[in-house]
Design a binder for this molecule. Structure first.
Ligand code: ATP
Length: 440
């Protein structure tokens, strides 16, 4: 469903580029595909890794009050009882009696079917979103386990171990990136809604009285992260949840929404989870998860601010945001204007004449030298104009072209993606030149 024809066309172009150039493929495509499931191709995996690396750098390595964790996908089933997911992690689904489409009750347009506009629905049915599995040799009730529907709980249950190992003092946070699974039954918009997806989550622990100011700071920090990676300001907005929308654990929540071609939708939620989770896990496990102040010996359950974003949604938003078309010499040039940290390939080395053995050898040597510093690719499969267009389309920042003259004057042509400006650069300076350009 798209807001406008223009939105639908843009989405079609992005989806087609993603498949054609190896960013995102339909999962199990040769078997007819699998609903709400997608795979990342050679360039998609680079983009996704860049998104995760930029996040980790900003929220862990770039701060003094954060540390990281990597917990399991399958954990003790009691965790989901304590967290409330076994009881509360439901979507209410209704079927439209006219077009037979199935929708989440909270996704209806003012009581109307988002597909056909009718307002006659079946009664709502609750549907738990957790994927169930079994561990051990016997498939009985005692062996039921779940694939985690969020990474957050792994952080709460390891709170004490991290605290003991690091001696961190409040306020501090633990970050985690990892797969989460939800049995989403309504149709998704490309990678916006998947059954298997990756989350980037922070649980930030504070004294209860400090929670609100930290909530505000995290909302600002997280918005600034998207801006710092080049996302257009007019395509991001904040939306505060109404009281009746809040999850069972939350005292307040603001979503960062992106203006997707199919409408404004959640990129990341930043919630005040209070002391709900640590208290629940203390109760269910019998282990005291309170924090003890080393100076005053005071013991209490910290409050938690949780910025929770999706890697796949962020990657999709960055792709859509970067997609750009312009007229150049009477032809349409497609440029993926991804920011430097996110571009899957930083430098492409292109020989002007692939029939010239010396040019090819020199080009390959340049690529080999540069790939120690940034992602590079060598390509000689077409004429130079076409090679430039292909690199523009996948967001490659610089193209280095080796020609006959390069063999004599030991200089190459460096072309910048957005301006298409070209500059001759001596081979001796090439590495330093590119390192400087790519780090600003
Ligand atoms: P929605 O209302 O869209 O289903 P949610 O509010 O249930 O999302 P959260 O539980 O807040 O989502 O999850 C945190 C983040 O994880 C979301 O902001 C989103 O980026 C990501 N996420 C959640 N569900 C999915 C999904 N099915 N596919 C891709 N990313 C998801």
């Amino acid at each position: 469903m798209h807001k406008t024809d223009k939105g639908a066309k843009l989405m079609e172009k992005v989806v087609s580029l993603c498949k054609r150039r190896g960013f995102i493929y339909q999962s199990s495509e040769i078997y007819g595909g699998l609903a709400n499931s997608w795979d990342y191709g050679p360039l998609g995996v680079e983009l996704k890794q860049n998104v995760k690396a930029a996040w980790w750098k900003a929220v862990v390595h770039g701060r003094d009050d954060m540390t990281g964790l990597d917990s399991g996908i399958i954990m003790h089933p009691d965790i989901w009882k304590a967290s409330g997911h076994t009881e509360n992690f439901y979507d209410i689904l209704v079927d439209c009696k006219k077009c037979k489409g199935r929708f989440r009750e909270d996704h209806l347009n003012g009581g109307k079917c988002p597909n056909c506009g009718a307002s006659d629905f079946t009664k709502g049915r609750a549907f738990n979103l957790m994927f169930k599995t079994h561990f051990g040799a016997v498939e009985d009730d005692a062996s039921v386990a779940y694939l985690r529907p969020e990474t957050a709980q792994g952080i709460f249950v390891q709170f004490k171990n991290v605290l003991d190992a690091t001696n961190l003092k409040l306020p501090f946070g633990i970050a985690q990136i990892g797969k989460a699974f939800r049995n989403e039954v309504t149709a998704g918009n490309f990678t916006f809604r998947m059954r298997e997806f990756e989350q980037m989550e922070i649980e930030y622990f504070t004294r209860p009285e400090d929670a609100e100011p930290w909530h505000k700071r995290w909302i600002d920090d997280r918005l600034n992260w998207y801006y710092s990676l080049g996302m257009k300001r007019e395509n991001l907005r904040l939306r505060e949840h109404g009281r009746n929308e809040l999850a069972h654990y939350a005292q307040g929540c603001s979503d960062i929404e992106y203006n997707f071609p199919f409408g404004w939708a959640e990129l990341e939620g930043i919630a005040n989870r209070t002391d709900f989770d640590l208290k629940q896990h203390s109760k269910f496990s019998g282990k005291d998860l309170q924090y003890q102040d080393k100076v005053t010996n005071e013991k209490f359950f910290p409050y938690v601010i949780e910025p929770s974003g999706g890697v796949d949604r962020a990657a999709l938003a960055f792709l859509v945001d970067a997609y750009h078309e312009e007229e150049v010499e009477g032809r349409t040039r497609v440029v993926l204007r991804l920011s430097k940290p996110l571009a899957p390939i930083k430098v492409a080395v292109l020989p002007l004449l692939k029939s010239n053995h010396e040019i090819v050898t020199l080009s390959k040597k340049i690529k080999n030298d540069l790939q120690r510093y940034f992602t590079c690719m060598y390509n000689d499969t077409a004429a130079i104009g076409k090679l430039y267009r292909r690199q523009d389309e996948v967001g490659t920042f610089y193209c280095v072209t080796v020609d006959v003259q390069s063999l004599e004057d030991k200089q190459v042509t460096v072309r910048e993606r957005d301006t298409m400006a070209q500059e001759r650069v001596p081979l001796d300076n090439l590495k330093t030149y590119l390192i400087e350009k790519l780090s600003t």
